[in-house]
Design a protein around this ligand. Structure first.
Ligand SMILES: [Zn+2]
Length: 207
Protein backbone atom coordinates (compact mmCIF):
# COMPACT_ATOMS: atom_id res chain seq x y z
CA UNK A 1 0.00 0.00 0.00
CA UNK A 2 1.23 3.46 -0.80
CA UNK A 3 0.11 6.80 0.50
CA UNK A 4 0.72 10.09 -1.25
CA UNK A 5 0.08 13.35 0.55
CA UNK A 6 -0.99 16.41 -1.40
CA UNK A 7 -0.81 19.98 -0.15
CA UNK A 8 -1.87 23.05 -2.11
CA UNK A 9 -2.82 26.67 -1.68
CA UNK A 10 -5.20 28.70 -3.82
CA UNK A 11 -4.03 32.00 -5.24
CA UNK A 12 -7.60 32.98 -6.17
CA UNK A 13 -11.03 31.92 -4.91
CA UNK A 14 -12.28 28.62 -6.33
CA UNK A 15 -15.73 27.44 -7.38
CA UNK A 16 -16.86 23.98 -6.32
CA UNK A 17 -20.59 24.24 -5.78
CA UNK A 18 -22.67 22.35 -3.28
CA UNK A 19 -25.81 22.67 -5.40
CA UNK A 20 -27.62 24.36 -2.52
CA UNK A 21 -28.61 27.97 -2.00
CA UNK A 22 -28.59 29.68 1.35
CA UNK A 23 -31.07 31.96 3.14
CA UNK A 24 -32.14 33.74 -0.03
CA UNK A 25 -28.70 35.32 -0.27
CA UNK A 26 -26.54 32.91 -2.19
CA UNK A 27 -27.85 30.93 -5.14
CA UNK A 28 -24.87 28.59 -4.89
CA UNK A 29 -22.97 27.81 -1.73
CA UNK A 30 -19.63 26.17 -1.04
CA UNK A 31 -19.26 22.59 0.14
CA UNK A 32 -18.72 22.30 3.91
CA UNK A 33 -18.07 19.34 6.15
CA UNK A 34 -20.04 18.47 9.29
CA UNK A 35 -18.13 21.04 11.33
CA UNK A 36 -18.69 23.80 8.80
CA UNK A 37 -15.22 23.83 7.28
CA UNK A 38 -14.83 24.20 3.54
CA UNK A 39 -13.62 21.06 1.77
CA UNK A 40 -13.02 19.83 -1.75
CA UNK A 41 -14.40 16.42 -2.67
CA UNK A 42 -11.96 13.69 -3.64
CA UNK A 43 -13.80 13.30 -6.94
CA UNK A 44 -12.80 16.86 -7.96
CA UNK A 45 -9.11 16.15 -7.44
CA UNK A 46 -9.37 12.75 -9.08
CA UNK A 47 -11.09 14.25 -12.12
CA UNK A 48 -8.40 16.89 -12.58
CA UNK A 49 -5.54 14.39 -12.15
CA UNK A 50 -7.28 12.10 -14.63
CA UNK A 51 -7.54 14.89 -17.23
CA UNK A 52 -3.85 15.74 -16.84
CA UNK A 53 -2.86 12.08 -17.05
CA UNK A 54 -4.63 11.82 -20.41
CA UNK A 55 -2.73 14.88 -21.68
CA UNK A 56 0.51 13.44 -20.36
CA UNK A 57 -0.03 10.06 -22.02
CA UNK A 58 -0.96 11.74 -25.32
CA UNK A 59 2.22 13.83 -25.18
CA UNK A 60 4.36 10.75 -24.66
CA UNK A 61 2.53 8.69 -27.29
CA UNK A 62 1.23 6.12 -24.80
CA UNK A 63 -2.12 4.81 -26.01
CA UNK A 64 -5.11 4.33 -23.76
CA UNK A 65 -8.71 3.36 -24.35
CA UNK A 66 -11.15 6.11 -25.25
CA UNK A 67 -14.07 4.98 -27.40
CA UNK A 68 -13.82 1.33 -26.46
CA UNK A 69 -13.18 0.90 -22.72
CA UNK A 70 -10.78 -1.88 -21.64
CA UNK A 71 -12.84 -4.87 -20.58
CA UNK A 72 -10.07 -7.40 -19.93
CA UNK A 73 -9.00 -6.82 -16.33
CA UNK A 74 -5.62 -8.45 -17.01
CA UNK A 75 -4.77 -6.08 -19.86
CA UNK A 76 -5.85 -2.63 -18.74
CA UNK A 77 -4.49 0.58 -20.20
CA UNK A 78 -2.83 2.91 -17.69
CA UNK A 79 -5.95 5.12 -17.39
CA UNK A 80 -8.20 2.20 -16.45
CA UNK A 81 -5.45 0.69 -14.28
CA UNK A 82 -5.13 3.89 -12.21
CA UNK A 83 -8.60 5.39 -12.29
CA UNK A 84 -10.86 2.39 -12.90
CA UNK A 85 -13.51 1.99 -15.57
CA UNK A 86 -17.18 0.98 -15.70
CA UNK A 87 -15.91 -2.64 -15.56
CA UNK A 88 -13.03 -2.46 -13.10
CA UNK A 89 -12.76 -0.63 -9.80
CA UNK A 90 -9.69 1.63 -9.58
CA UNK A 91 -7.02 0.82 -6.97
CA UNK A 92 -6.78 4.36 -5.56
CA UNK A 93 -8.76 6.21 -2.92
CA UNK A 94 -8.74 9.99 -3.32
CA UNK A 95 -9.66 11.54 0.02
CA UNK A 96 -11.53 14.83 0.31
CA UNK A 97 -9.19 17.82 0.65
CA UNK A 98 -9.47 19.38 4.10
CA UNK A 99 -8.19 22.75 5.24
CA UNK A 100 -4.83 22.52 6.99
CA UNK A 101 -5.03 22.44 10.81
CA UNK A 102 -3.59 25.93 10.98
CA UNK A 103 -6.32 27.33 8.74
CA UNK A 104 -9.05 25.35 10.53
CA UNK A 105 -7.96 26.97 13.75
CA UNK A 106 -8.16 30.40 12.18
CA UNK A 107 -11.49 29.85 10.44
CA UNK A 108 -13.22 28.11 13.33
CA UNK A 109 -13.94 31.57 14.73
CA UNK A 110 -15.37 32.78 11.44
CA UNK A 111 -17.77 30.08 10.36
CA UNK A 112 -21.44 29.96 11.17
CA UNK A 113 -22.02 27.63 14.09
CA UNK A 114 -25.71 27.96 14.79
CA UNK A 115 -28.96 29.10 13.26
CA UNK A 116 -29.37 32.85 13.58
CA UNK A 117 -25.74 33.69 12.95
CA UNK A 118 -26.28 34.91 9.43
CA UNK A 119 -23.02 34.42 7.55
CA UNK A 120 -19.92 32.39 7.20
CA UNK A 121 -17.18 34.97 7.32
CA UNK A 122 -14.70 32.83 5.43
CA UNK A 123 -16.50 33.52 2.16
CA UNK A 124 -17.85 36.41 0.15
CA UNK A 125 -20.31 36.78 -2.72
CA UNK A 126 -19.74 37.07 -6.43
CA UNK A 127 -22.27 38.37 -8.93
CA UNK A 128 -21.27 40.05 -12.17
CA UNK A 129 -18.58 41.95 -10.25
CA UNK A 130 -17.27 41.25 -6.74
CA UNK A 131 -19.55 42.86 -4.20
CA UNK A 132 -19.38 43.45 -0.50
CA UNK A 133 -21.41 41.42 1.95
CA UNK A 134 -23.51 44.44 2.97
CA UNK A 135 -24.72 44.98 -0.56
CA UNK A 136 -25.59 41.36 -1.26
CA UNK A 137 -29.26 41.58 -0.36
CA UNK A 138 -29.75 44.87 -2.21
CA UNK A 139 -28.22 43.41 -5.35
CA UNK A 140 -30.21 40.23 -5.14
CA UNK A 141 -32.95 41.12 -7.66
CA UNK A 142 -32.36 39.05 -10.77
CA UNK A 143 -28.70 38.40 -10.13
CA UNK A 144 -27.20 34.99 -9.62
CA UNK A 145 -24.93 35.18 -6.61
CA UNK A 146 -22.31 32.56 -5.91
CA UNK A 147 -20.62 32.14 -2.55
CA UNK A 148 -16.87 32.33 -3.02
CA UNK A 149 -14.10 31.50 -0.56
CA UNK A 150 -11.30 33.90 0.29
CA UNK A 151 -7.93 33.77 -1.49
CA UNK A 152 -5.09 31.80 0.01
CA UNK A 153 -6.94 28.79 1.38
CA UNK A 154 -4.62 25.85 1.95
CA UNK A 155 -5.77 22.24 1.72
CA UNK A 156 -4.34 18.81 2.23
CA UNK A 157 -5.48 15.42 1.01
CA UNK A 158 -4.20 11.93 0.38
CA UNK A 159 -4.21 9.29 -2.28
CA UNK A 160 -4.01 5.74 -0.96
CA UNK A 161 -3.66 2.53 -2.91
CA UNK A 162 -1.57 -0.27 -4.21
CA UNK A 163 0.08 0.66 -7.49
CA UNK A 164 3.50 0.07 -9.05
CA UNK A 165 6.42 2.48 -8.60
CA UNK A 166 6.22 3.33 -12.29
CA UNK A 167 2.53 4.22 -11.99
CA UNK A 168 3.29 6.31 -8.88
CA UNK A 169 5.88 8.26 -10.88
CA UNK A 170 3.42 8.92 -13.71
CA UNK A 171 0.71 9.88 -11.21
CA UNK A 172 3.01 12.38 -9.50
CA UNK A 173 4.00 13.79 -12.89
CA UNK A 174 0.30 14.34 -13.76
CA UNK A 175 -0.39 15.91 -10.34
CA UNK A 176 2.46 18.38 -10.83
CA UNK A 177 0.85 19.61 -14.07
CA UNK A 178 -2.23 20.86 -12.20
CA UNK A 179 -2.57 24.66 -12.06
CA UNK A 180 -6.31 25.01 -11.29
CA UNK A 181 -8.99 23.16 -9.37
CA UNK A 182 -12.77 23.49 -9.52
CA UNK A 183 -15.01 25.03 -12.16
CA UNK A 184 -14.95 28.24 -14.21
CA UNK A 185 -11.21 27.98 -14.87
CA UNK A 186 -11.55 30.40 -17.80
CA UNK A 187 -12.71 33.15 -15.44
CA UNK A 188 -9.47 32.99 -13.49
CA UNK A 189 -10.88 31.25 -10.44
CA UNK A 190 -9.42 28.14 -8.84
CA UNK A 191 -5.81 29.07 -9.61
CA UNK A 192 -3.22 27.47 -7.35
CA UNK A 193 -0.04 29.22 -6.25
CA UNK A 194 2.91 28.85 -8.62
CA UNK A 195 4.26 25.93 -6.60
CA UNK A 196 1.19 23.92 -7.64
CA UNK A 197 0.48 20.80 -5.63
CA UNK A 198 3.21 19.66 -3.27
CA UNK A 199 3.42 15.89 -3.44
CA UNK A 200 5.04 13.56 -0.95
CA UNK A 201 5.03 9.78 -0.86
CA UNK A 202 4.71 9.60 2.89
CA UNK A 203 4.89 5.89 3.51
CA UNK A 204 4.72 2.45 2.12
CA UNK A 205 2.75 -0.04 4.16
CA UNK A 206 3.72 -3.67 3.58
CA UNK A 207 0.64 -5.84 3.34
ZN1 LIG B 1 -8.51 1.44 -20.59
Amino acid sequence: MKEISLNFRFKTPYIIKSGFGYAGIFDDTMLRDGRGFLYIPGSSIKGRIRAHMQKLLRSTGESFCSDVICKDRYHLCRMCRLFGSPFVEGPLVFTDSKLTDKQKKFFSALIRKEEGFPFNLDTTGFASTPITRKRLTALKGGLHITELPLDGLEFQSRIIGNISDEDIKKLIHAIRLITHLGGNKGKGVGRLTDEGIKVEVINEIKT
